[in-house]
Design a protein around this ligand. Structure first.
Ligand code: NDP
Ligand code: HSE
Length: 434
């Protein structure tokens, strides 16, 4: 008879339902890889009366976490509840009661990683978290294990499925921001509070996790300079297209001699380059390692089955015993010193897309070019269309692409241009990735 590992799921929403489907409907598959059956002994939810689109075997669904905590035969629990509390308390209780943990909750790790990982180590348990970053893409395992001979030099990625879905819908279908967000929520991509997605916070949490794993950085996600897509104007999608770019919410972690460049922001990405072609809820990560060179990952970054794929792979790793070994050798979020510090954002450099609304009169372009020149910012191209209509229009959009300039200079120049009499509120500045 085949060995059995009894497991519990805490949460059966979008992700938990996918995990239950894989473990129960495809138990033979998981058993083949784990060398044992992963038996779903209990699934804990907050409301057992709720209509569910997957029927569990009788007696498995419960509201009572104690049933899991008190059952020593349950060796492994997947924490698939979002938010900080009660997810943190539940995770600690499960560790204390001797369970290994698999989780998809990146906010929990980005916020309480040091506490939870220390406690797991003290108790001789492990925490696996591949589903926390980029859904179905096994980026955590790849960085932690497959690239362990490398110094990672750069990570650039699309780490949030909801925002990529929204921007794709707006760009390709002309969908409004609100309608696209509603659709992302309906499809189960968005966080319970979608502000985390659209503000860039979710991508910053994932970037903080990757930066810790790849570079030994200890940066709280809220310290990462972050701009979301919540104020994205469809006009910028249109101008970007005219210039040969798409706008994507890009997360960057890049190692420089003086420190680590970290930021999340809507960025113009050259059409035809791999990141520009990542559509809908797909994520992608471009990694450069000093030995392996450039590697590109692409896959669904959110949604039920892609995320469940990562959760179940982690559960198999725990059951086989691999996770117990790597968790302890990696020593993540220990009390040790950071290996690298974050660079001062103002010292970064890049190309920029600028859009101003300006008075349509002689001398305006020269005035703006003058301010940019004063801050050592050179103009690469300009778009200003003739105003349509009866000539009564008094303001026009002015779009400028710059050459490489210091972030601090770009900030100072924008502040100065915004104060000019000829400009109206609502200027836009975005990074450009060629
Ligand atoms: P859902 O909101 O769909 O599901 C949350 C589940 O948690 C529900 O089943 C809910 O119970 C249960 N729950 C809430 N409070 C408790 C509690 N106190 N005790 C027991 N169960 C509780 O979330 P998702 O499945 O979308 O996300 C889960 C986690 O996975 C989040 O951290 C999210 O960030 C992460 N994630 C999500 C992805 C996605 O595409 N959705 C992708 C990658 C990661 P009930 O069903 O009764 O309401
Ligand atoms: N809300 C997240 C996203 C889920 O859209 O990417 C996956 O982490």
């Amino acid at each position: 008879m085949q060995a059995v590992t009894k497991v519990a799921l805490i949460g059966m929403g979008t992700v938990g339902t996918g995990v239950a489907r894989l473990l129960i409907d495809h138990g033979d598959r998981t058993a083949r890889h784990a060398g044992r059956t992963l038996w779903v002994e209990a699934v804990v939810v907050s409301d057992t009366q709720k209509a569910r689109d997957y029927q569990l075997p009788k007696g498995v669904l419960t509201r009572d976490l104690a049933k899991v905590l008190k059952n020593p035969e349950i060796k492994l629990a997947a924490v698939l509840v979002g938010g900080l509390e009660p997810a943190r308390t539940i995770t600690l209780q499960l560790l204390e009661s001797g369970k290994d943990i698999v989780t998809a909750n990146k906010l929990l790790l980005a916020e309480h990683g040091p506490e939870l990982f220390d406690r797991a180590r003290e108790l001789g348990r492990s925490i696996a978290f591949d589903a926390c970053v980029a859904g179905g893409i096994p980026i955590i395992t790849n960085i932690a294990q497959c690239f362990s001979a490398n110094q990672i030099e750069s990570l650039r990625g699309i780490l949030n499925g909801t925002t990529n879905f929204i921007v794709s819908q707006m760009e390709e279908q002309g969908t409004t921001y609100a309608a696209a967000l509603g659709e992302a929520q309906r499809l189960g991509f968005a966080e319970p509070d979608p502000t985390m997605d659209v503000s860039g916070g979710d991508a910053a949490q994932k970037l903080a996790i990757l930066a810790h794993l790849a570079f030994g950085a200890r940066v709280h996600w809220s310290e990462i300079p972050c701009v979301g897509i919540d104020a994205l104007d469809p006009a910028d999608l249109k101008y970007a297209k005219e210039l040969g770019y798409r706008i994507k919410l890009i997360a960057v972690a890049e190692l420089h001699e003086s420190g680590l460049e970290l930021h999340v922001s809507p960025t113009l990405v050259k059409m035809g380059t791999p990141l520009a072609e990542v559509r809908q809820a797909y994520n992608a990560i471009s990694v450069i390692g000093d030995a392996v060179g450039p590697v590109f990952f692409h896959g669904l970054g959110a949604g039920q089955m892609p995320t469940a794929s990562s959760v179940v792979a982690d559960m198999i790793d725990v059951a086989v015993g691999r996770m117990g070994i790597t968790f302890h050798t990696l020593n993540l979020w220990s009390q040790g010193e950071a290996r690298v510090a974050m660079l001062d954002h103002k010292r970064l450099a890049g190309r920029y897309y600028l859009r101003f609304t300006v008075e349509d009169r002689p001398g305006v372009l020269a005035e703006i070019a003058g301010v940019l020149g004063k801050h050592q910012i050179s103009i690469a191209s300009v778009i200003q269309h003739e105003p349509s209509g009866d000539g009564q229009v008094r303001t026009v959009p002015l779009v400028i692409m710059t050459y490489r300039a210091a972030e601090g200079s770009a900030q100072a120049a924008m502040a100065e241009i915004d104060k000019l009499k000829c400009t109206r509120p609502g200027s836009v500045r975005m990074r450009v990735l060629d």
